[in-house]
Ligand binder design. Sequence first.
Ligand SMILES: [Zn+2]
Length: 234
Amino acid sequence: MFIYYQIRNHHYRTEAVPAVTCPLCNHRGRMQMSILQKYTWLAGPMAPSAKYAIAWCENCNQYIPRVKWTDEMDTTYVQLKQGLRTPARLYRGLWVLPLLLVLLVGGILAAISISSGNSRANQAFVLDATLHPKPGDIFQVTHSAGQENFYTWYKVSRITADSVYMQEAKEHAVELNDLDDIPATASDFQSSEKSFSLAETRSLDGMFAKDENGQRAFDLVFGVWRDGKLHKKY
Ligand SMILES: [Zn+2]
C-alpha cells in the first residue's frame, strides 16, 4: 500500500527584532525572526512537532545558522513564542484517518451484505423455479439413489396439474463445477421423460423425488438455467 504524506510548515508569525545584533555582520536593527512548526499532512494535518524559529538579517541578507545563534537571539525567540498555542487544526488529521478506516470497513461489510443478499435472492429464485417450473428450464442436480450418486441436468419438457416432466442429460457431469456447462442442444437430453410430483417437491423444500428401480431416488437442485441465465443456489 502506498501512503502519501507530506511534511508541512505552519507559520505563526514573522517579526522585526531591531534590538538584536546580527552575529554574521554585527549590524543591529535589521534582524527578522519567524516562528514556525512542522507537521505531518496525511489526509489532513497531524502530528505537529516542536516549534522552531528562523532568523535572518536584512543588512547582510543571510540566514543565521542555528550554531551561530546568540543568547540574545535565543531569549528573543522564547519571548516571541510565548503564548503561541498549537492550533487544533494541526491535529485534525487524527480524526480523518480513523474516519477513513471506518468508511473502508463499512464498505467491506456493505459489500459482504450485498453479496449474501444476492445469494439469498438466488436461493429463493431456485426454490421458486422448482415449485413453478417452466418448459425449457434446465435444473442442475445431484442424483442420489441408494449407493448411486452423480451430477446431471434435467430439462423441463412439460407440466401438468401436479407433475413436471423432465428429460435427463445423456451425459453426467464429472464434478460439481462442471454443472455450470449447461448442455445447449435438445440432442444433449434423452428423449424419455421422468415425472415428479410438484406437491412432493414442495414438501421436500424444492428437492425432486421419485421411485426408481424399486427405491426412492432424490435430486437435490443446485441451480436453474432459465431464459438464458444461470441462477445458482450456492
Ligand atoms: Zn547581518
